[in-house]
Design a protein around this ligand. Structure first.
Ligand code: CA
Length: 237
């Protein structure tokens, strides 16, 4: 699973990162609260140190909980009962006090993950617009079923990656609007200023290629994208 490790101490981060990697997890380590907020949406579980340089850990914990419900364990030197109670009240699933035995932390991670039923399914992005309702959105001969998360071209199913579908669904939910790159990055990647900027282009290219309808996503130069009305190629008429 993919872990977000929020820890400003390099040696501690190194030890934790190695232990998690040995258990088969992938790890993104960040040392600042700002970066934790930036990357939390991709995390399947979170280890959070409370003593961070740029924001109090409990404040960060509350903020993380507004955007992410992944299992979260506080790993901290703060050992007062008051701190532990506050941490749990703020939304931590467990609380481990430094110094700790690595085996114990790993066991607690496994327990929390089991208890919270961590699975890929609960981290589906929330991009489908409920207001768009049950009917598929049509663009030329392309149908995008937002609820069923399927795409057909001329009646035949097309397999998109989850992110590709998220981007297409986001445009299809409001087909009359042009969406800025920042808006799309913010909604799908959770960060308007991410290095994912390049990644958005790659996903749009993927949508165009896999559907065989380059006009399905219209580029509005210097601004963003809109759902297009793709022409059917002559040889398919
Ligand atoms: Ca610290």
């Amino acid at each position: 699973m993919h872990a977000l490790l929020v820890e400003d101490d390099d040696r501690m981060a190194q030890a934790l990162g190695t232990a998690l990697a040995q258990r088969g997890h992938t790890v993104r380590r960040v040392g600042r609260a700002l970066d934790a907020l930036r990357f939390v949406r991709e995390a399947e579980f979170v280890l959070l140190d409370l003593g961070l340089p740029d924001l109090d850990g409990l404040d960060l914990l509350r903020r993380l909980r507004t955007v992410c419900d992944a299992p979260l364990i506080v790993v901290t030197a703060r050992c007062e009962e008051r701190d532990i109670v506050q941490g749990l009240r703020a939304g931590a699933d467990d609380y481990v006090v430094k110094p700790f035995r690595m085996a114990e932390l790993i066991a607690r991670i496994d327990t929390v993950r089991r208890r919270t039923g961590a699975s890929a399914g609960r981290f589906e992005s929330h991009t489908a617009d409920p207001a768009a309702g049950g009917r598929p959105v049509r663009a030329g001969d392309v149908e995008v079923d937002l609820a069923g998360r399927t795409v057909t071209v001329a009646g035949a199913g097309v397999r998109l990656t989850r992110r590709e579908f998220d981007v297409l669904a986001f445009l299809a939910a409001r087909p009359d609007e042009v969406h800025s790159r920042e808006e799309i990055l913010d909604r799908i990647w959770g960060d308007a200023f991410l290095a994912a900027s390049r990644s958005l282009d790659v996903h749009v290219a993927g949508i165009r290629a896999k559907t065989g309808r380059p006009g399905l996503v219209r580029t509005v130069r210097g601004f963003g994208y809109q759902l297009g009305a793709p022409a059917v190629r002559d040889d398919e008429r």
